[in-house]
Design a protein around this ligand. Structure first.
Ligand code: BYC
Length: 475
């Protein structure tokens, strides 16, 4: 499964054995590079970045570190090793051999899933385009660029599937991936969170903690797919996704660490005094957490979804860790508790599990999200602070699903519109919060030096020291 780096498009799928496909992808490649140039990381084309490039999909030694100019990054196509004799693990086709070709009757549903997944990847690169200009350190700058090139590679992964398995309409969908843009009023990205700006590094760390985590759960569900090429692609993408969430979790942890240090130095938790001292106060952090968590919850779709039921019964998209679950994997009789609005109250009532698959995945996601919040709270505890960060209620600030029209407090109380308006500024980032955070966003590019609002990381990348020159700027 070694990757062939002599090819124009590095791959482990024997691309040179299929000339037509190779030519089609080679003709998409310049459009991709043009998109990267126009909408990828701004003003970085000639800088040397200490990046990790995949050289094999084996668990040991798949990564190679070295200085790369981002436009020269070897974006390629990597599928995890095939599992000999793999069978479809769930749904009506459970136990049948996994599909190596697209089953005709599920073609459009499968294409839609792949397009929705693929669309998020370039969207996040577009959202983060300007962050490099305000990096808090070279270490952080390098991590941003690592994530950007990997999201670019994840787009390549989905484009490969579209080109290889969906003929002409797949090629058209691949072209459209580069034509929709994050926040574009005429041609926006498909899912809501990917049209929200990521204006500064606090939003970025929250995004990589909460929104990339949706990526983890969606990719893990697609990694169970009966369509084997999709499953294998997503398995490999998941290994890269883990680093993105690490950047978010440790980023927020370092912000907290720095705030706590200053709180203790000044013996205050007064937001105004802390802001004046150049750190982000804890209520502001909570407001950003509320925003990014709630927007990410929307990415799981409606609480009751016939789409999700169909994806499952037809074997296209499974549950998180499907093969580790002990049940019939068909769910025809099963029930699952789902949150709903009934008679002016939020209730959690049993309903058909098959219709509740989006909600079930959201449940798994919430449990996982809470783990990091607990680790963040340990930092507060260690510094003697009584403040605790908390995930807001799942019905808070939702734009998709049964709570989209409801006004709900972070604690889960239903409110009138007037009550909501009165308090929304306490719960969600205000323009003033953004303006304050923006004042902190001054670039720090001397090796080993950190912006005043964030602590150093506990260690460097790939065994390098924290003051390693992770980015060498073109002079
Ligand atoms: N925004 O039946 P429902 C990642 C639409 S992140 C706008 O619930 P379904 C990454 C929906 O399309 C992971 N529209 O839908 C992270 C449907 O439209 P139609 C991305 C939305 O299909 C960071 C209608 O509402 N991967 O990788 O069950 C950086 C009915 O809804 C939204 C995937 O999402 C929304 N949030 O569930 C980089 C996996 N939600 O039919 C990358 C693939 C729903 O009425 N996607 N709608 O026209 C899916 O599995 C599903 O499409 C969804 C939605 C879970 C997203």
């Amino acid at each position: 499964m070694a990757v062939d780096y002599h090819e124009r498009i590095p791959n482990n799928v024997d691309l040179s054995g299929n000339r037509r496909l190779q030519r089609a992808l080679e003709s998409w490649q310049p459009n991709y590079l043009r998109w990267w140039d126009e909408l990828g990381p701004a003003s970085t084309q000639r800088d040397d970045i200490y990046l990790r490039t995949a050289i094999s999909v084996e668990a040991n030694g798949w990564a190679n570190f070295g200085y790369v100019k981002m436009p020269d990054y070897r974006w390629g196509i990597f599928l995890a090793k095939p599992e000999v004799g793999r069978v479809i693990p769930f749904g009506d086709h459970k136990g049948e051999p996994a599909w190596q070709e697209v089953p005709g009757e599920y073609r459009s549903a499968l294409r839609r899933l792949i397009v929705t997944q693929g669309d998020t990847e370039p969207a996040s690169v577009e959202q983060q385009r300007h962050l490099g200009q305000t990096c808090p350190s070279l270490y952080d700058l390098r991590n941003l660029f690592q994530i950007n090139v990997e999201e670019g590679r994840h787009l390549w992964a989905m484009v490969y599937l579209l080109h290889a398995y969906f003929g002409r309409d797949g090629r058209e969908e691949a072209d459209e991936m580069l034509e929709r843009h994050s926040g574009d009023p005429d041609r926006p990205r498909i899912l809501g969170a990917f049209n929200e700006p990521t204006p500064h590094w606090l939003s970025y760390f929250m995004f990589t903690y909460f929104t990339d985590r949706d990526g983890k759960y969606q990719l893990a569900s697609l990694a169970e797919s009966g369509f084997d090429p999709l499953a294998r692609t997503c398995q490999f993408m998941l290994t890269e996704e883990a680093h993105h969430m690490f950047v978010g979790e440790t980023g927020i942890m370092r912000v907290l660490q720095r705030t706590c240090e200053v709180m203790n130095e000044l013996r205050t938790d007064d937001p105004e005094r802390l802001r004046a001292a150049g750190v982000i106060d804890l209520p502001t952090l909570q407001r950003f957490l509320n925003f990014h968590f709630s927007v990410s919850l929307d990415l799981f779709g409606q609480e009751r979804s016939t789409n999700a039921a169909t994806y499952f019964t037809t074997g296209l998209k499974g549950r998180y860790h499907e093969t580790r679950i002990h049940d019939d994997h068909c769910l025809t009789e099963a029930i699952w508790p789902t949150h709903n609005l009934m008679d002016g109250q939020i209730v959690c009532a049993d309903g058909p599990a098959l219709l509740s698959l989006n909600e079930r995945l959201r449940d798994d996601y919430i449990v996982d999200s809470q783990r990091g919040v607990n680790r963040w709270n340990r930092v507060l505890e260690q510094h003697g602070s009584d403040f605790r960060l908390a995930l807001p209620h799942r019905a808070f600030h939702r734009a998709i699903g049964v709570f989209a029209d409801a006004h709900v407090s972070p604690e889960g109380s239903l409110l009138t519109e007037g009550e909501w308006r009165q308090s929304a500024g306490d719960w969600l980032p205000t323009d003033a919060d953004h303006a304050f955070v923006d004042t902190l966003m001054q670039p720090v590019t001397a090796p080993g030096v950190m912006a005043g609002w964030i602590s150093p990381p506990s260690r460097g990348i790939n065994g390098q020291t924290i003051d390693f020159e992770y980015v060498k700027f073109a002079s």
